[in-house]
Design a binder for this molecule. Structure first.
Ligand SMILES: [Zn+2]
Length: 254
């Protein structure tokens, strides 16, 4: 699945990870497509952004909230069953062996943690679909245990009566400031940044590699298609994440 030229690049990258610390990863939808979660931009994505729920509409329109929760009842059980793939497992192996520190992700699927990454080392810029949160009092519940009530109804916070939704960043909603700040600070102090499965089209998340470059990091890009930072990257692999990262982790961890 990998070409000889790609294997050579992966060997050079492994050598850099061996010598140069700390390394971080920055992941996007492309690392989860091999787990059956389509890219947001795909035509029939399970979590398609074709018709995203706008945050403002969610806040102001009961009918929008009704549709949101109806889709949640249909979709969450599928996400809960989704399994990590070779790419997620390879990053977890690199972390366990000390070659990789934090993983900053744009994904909400929780697959890095399912693959064995320490949750405290996974920074979820766009939140997580595995928790429900109250927009008013901030209370959170595991999505798996959350009962949204009968079909056609909209759940309220059992503690304060406020609006509840997935603990993800909706279209038109700001990212959590502290989470973004932590990600950018880590990026700035990284020696190596592995960019995996993201075309860097969504801001402000796409500032992460730019901040890393500004801090002097070596950049490695593993993605199906070109990204805006390829010309500044030391290593560029137009390859599926699973085989490429598996090769990388195997070189370093045996
Ligand atoms: Zn509440």
């Amino acid at each position: 699945m990998l070409t000889e030229a790609q294997r050579e690049i992966i060997e050079q990258l492994a050598d850099e990870l061996y010598r140069n610390q700390p390394a971080l990863a920055f992941t996007g939808a492309g690392i989860s497509t091999e787990s059956g979660i389509p890219d947001y931009r795909g035509p029939d994505g399970l979590w398609s952004k074709q018709n995203p729920t706008r945050f403002r509409d969610f806040l102001t329109d009961l009918e929008v909230r009704r549709r949101y929760w109806q889709r949640w009842r249909e979709r969450y059980p599928l996400l809960a069953r989704t399994q990590p793939n070779a790419g997620h497992r390879a990053l977890a192996r690199l972390q366990a062996a000390g070659y990789l520190r934090e993983i900053i992700t744009q994904n909400i699927d929780g697959l890095h943690q399912k693959a064995g990454s320490d949750p405290s080392l996974v920074i979820e810029l766009h939140g997580t679909a595995h928790q429900i949160r109250c927009l008013d009092c901030g209370a959170r519940w595991p999505a798996e245990e959350f009962d949204p009530g009968p079909e056609g109804t909209v759940p309220d916070c059992p503690l304060c009566g406020g609006l509840v939704k997935e603990a993800t960043v909706s279209f038109g909603e700001s990212l959590d400031k502290d989470t973004l700040r932590r990600a950018l600070e880590l990026a700035e102090t990284a020696a190596v940044l592995l960019v995996v499965g993201t075309s860097l089209s969504v801001y402000p998340a796409a500032y992460v590699p730019r901040r890393a470059l500004r801090g002097g990091a070596s950049l490695a890009v593993v993605n199906y298609e070109p990204t805006p930072v390829d010309n500044q990257a030391r290593y560029v692999l137009y390859a599926p994440a699973g085989p490429a990262l598996d090769e990388l982790a195997s070189l370093l961890t045996g």
